[in-house]
Design a protein around this ligand. Sequence first.
Ligand SMILES: [Zn+2]
Length: 427
Amino acid sequence: MRLYDTATRALKELPPPPGPVRMYFCGPTVYQHIHIGNARPFVLSMWLKRWLERTGYDVTLVENITDVNDKIYAAAPGDSARLAQDASGWYVEDTSLLALGRPDREPKATESIAEIVAMIEELIASEHAYESGGDVYFRVASFPAYGKLSGRHGDDEATRNPSEEAEEGELKEDPRDFALWKGHKEGEDTWWESPWGRGRPGWHIECSAMAEAHLGPVFEIHGGGIDLVFPHHENEIAQSRALGHDFAQLWMHNGMLRLSGEKMSKSLGNIVSLREAVERWGRETLLVYFLGGHWRKPLDYSDEVLRQAAAQAESFRNVFRQASEPGGDWNVLAAALDDDFNTPEALAVMHGWRDHELLPRALEVFGLESLVEEPEVPAEIEKLALAREDARARGDFSAADGLRDDIEAEGWEVRDEAGGYRLVRQR
Ligand SMILES: [Zn+2]
């Protein structure tokens, strides 16, 4: 099994099964329902976990929830703790709609403060960090390998930590330095006491501390969106390796989702929530859609692409409406997945299979085993179909056509067959 590693810019072999494979993926900052782009690392990590487990690996997947942050304070001034708690619940509910299972552990930053403070204390003791005006900053000059992951080394504008959080430039020794702890500010309703006074952790240290708390000082895979390479992951590496911890051995970064050719992001306002997408297209279509894009590449989100995915899901259902045709080689599928987890190729392989034993086993890896079963027809759709039969029997074809349209508007297609009709779900 090999995967592309951002750090070495090459494919890297995983240790042979059973591993272990310990994985940490950066989860969302919670202040509203997550968008479909945020769902991509979740889907990727769950599929990778499922595949590795089925190939004999001992996998532990940790995915954090960032529940203290400037964005959360800004979204609910004075009441951010409650918003963060509600939005953490929405995140779990929304991603559970995909029915892929859950990561083994989902730590929250607010429940990991002791580990975070301990790590900051170690960094100060070893002179990799310093206290300044109630904040604590990482001293980038003390870590010569800084910039290796992202290829950003120089002291230029791009290296000045365009963090997702505002920082007090005048408190830093060096513009590249980044906050590990931030002193409490007026109006912030979430804070903890610390050796540096009242405050709360910076975003980057949360992930170093939570990853190490749950997986140890060295683990196999760290993942997240490609937009996290710099500064977030660069800073995680600096914090952990400055303390002599080997940290992640392989860095996986998934491509962004694009809406009308632009990166989907909350700040651009061009977002579709995961919940809306599941309600509109159904989980099976969404999962087939994600399968169709290589995890490292950008993926366009549009009605047209989703309609194609719906048609692909339907073509799998059609296989199970016909007789099984034994044949197909599991090893071909395994080779595609073991070579940088190439799901578009795996999808193409599965489309070539008509074997009612083999295909469900493959679909199950991706949470798509439900495509085997004919979905249950809701009573109201059945009623419309029967009314259409009556209209046809009376020779009232315009009424029959109208009823067909009503059925289609509900996402079902009525197919006339010898001796009656059949209802087929379209999405
Ligand atoms: Zn993170």
